[in-house]
Design a protein around this ligand. Structure first.
Ligand code: ATP
Ligand code: MG
Length: 380
């Protein structure tokens, strides 16, 4: 039997549907696309819950006896590393035990003198391939996809942080991938990422190979009607009471941003013996601020004074719709519209600020809700 998690507010990985809030529509949309042989591009700002959603949908597909393969390519820097990560995940999905894994890798990659190592801490296998040429690279990809296509079950492959392929030294990696993917009939793909300006052009630019080849799923914040009751239920399940004002305070403070909400609830839950009030929430917030203050102050050294001023101004606004509007610039003494535009772009490039859609309009907000609240509190 699976052990009950001690704290129901999960911060890493996926622990099952009972710890996962809502996303019913999005899950249904993903599953429907998959079952009807459509690929999907999933995107959202950082830490809204893309990876969680993929794992939640895969959890259901696993139960239907499909083969699900999830890879995160954020740490890869070349097509060779992509192939190693993908190869490892594919073999792992079909071979559960260590001997089966080694045997399969030896057969599937025999020309590439494969090396298999096992992490001494986690026991996770890793493959190293001796790929010498572009031709070998392409042949290996072809073999991998052919292997998936031959499986007796349907396969679903999620490639998380897909925008990373833009950073590979090889040109047109999307063209190479697309050339194989389009011929598969038993394998569906999900591409996801958070850097919208790097991810979406791969699928929306008519000159790119993946143009119009996927559905789009834009993940928004969890709905307040779902998140509030979910949080209250998790406390109640452990015989702890959370007051309505405490709950309101949590959701207002975190702006319902998934990770920050989970984190604040995780800390509050850990401190609560039988009941939690609004004052208890505030006490946790102060703890978090104190712990992170050295890091927050350090941002001033990492960006220019004008960028810091703009960052603080956006934090005070919570969500900013018109960064170059005269009243915003005057209220925060921000020089000119031209310098604001330039600083804003730098903050977006540094992933401190993110462009979002709110109420059908483009808006800007800080990626880090705790930083935003701290700046608003400190400099407001
Ligand atoms: N529906 C949900 N219910 C409860 N917790 C969730 C839900 N979705 C995500 N989480 C939690 O929120 C946090 C962020 O989720 P996740 O890592 O899936 O986001 P992400 O969008 O993939 O982030 P990143 O952009 O950094 O890759 C994690 O702690 C995860 O466990
Ligand atoms: Mg993720």
């Amino acid at each position: 039997m699976k052990k009950e998690a001690i704290n129901p507010f999960i911060l890493y990985g996926y622990e099952g549907p009972e710890y996962f809030c809502d996303r019913e529509e999005e899950t249904a949309q993903l599953l429907s696309a998959f079952r009807n042989q459509r690929n999907v591009t999933l995107y959202s700002p950082r830490r809204y819950g893309k990876t969680g959603l993929i794992q939640h949908a895969f959890h259901q597909l696993d139960a239907e006896d499909g083969i699900t393969i999830y890879i995160d390519i954020y740490g890869t820097t070349s097509l060779k590393e992509f192939i190693e990560v993908l190869g490892q995940a594919i073999v792992q999905a079909v071979e559960q035990d260590r001997d089966g894994f080694i045997h399969r890798v030896g057969r599937l990659f025999k020309r590439l003198r494969p090396k298999v190592t096992f992490d001494s801490l986690t026991g996770e296998p890793a493959i190293e391939l001796d790929i010498q040429s572009k031709a070998e690279e392409e042949q290996t990809l072809r073999d991998l996809f052919a292997f998936l296509e031959e499986q007796p079950k349907r396969c679903w492959v999620a490639i998380d942080e897909f925008q990373q392929i833009n950073n590979y030294p090889e040109k047109q990696v999307d063209g190479v991938l697309r050339s194989y993917i389009q011929h598969l009939s038993q394998v569906q793909f999900l591409f996801s990422g958070s850097q919208k300006h790097l991810l979406l052009p791969l699928f929306t630019d008519p000159n790119r190979p993946f143009f119009q080849s996927t559905d789009f799923l834009h993940l928004e914040k969890l709905r307040a009607e779902a998140y509030g009751p979910f949080i209250a239920h998790q406390f109640k399940r452990h015989n702890k009471h959370l007051s309505q004002t405490a709950l309101d305070r949590i959701l207002t403070f975190t702006r319902r941003h998934t990770y920050y909400t989970q984190y604040l609830c995780n800390r509050l839950f850990g401190k609560t013996i039988d009941q939690a009030t609004e004052e208890d929430v505030d006490a946790v917030i102060i703890d978090i601020f104190e712990e992170r203050e050295p890091i927050f102050y350090n941002y001033r050294n990492l960006i220019t004074p004008l960028q810091f001023k703009l960052l603080t101004a956006i934090a005070q606004e919570a969500v900013l719709f018109h960064p170059t509007a005269t009243d915003f610039i005057q209220r925060h003494q921000l020089n000119s519209a031209a310098t604001v535009r330039k600083s804003l772009q730098s903050l977006i490039d540094k992933e401190l600020v993110v462009e979002v859609f709110e109420e059908g309009k483009t808006a800007y907000q800080l990626n880090d809700v705790f930083l935003a609240q701290w700046l608003a509190w400190k400099y407001g």
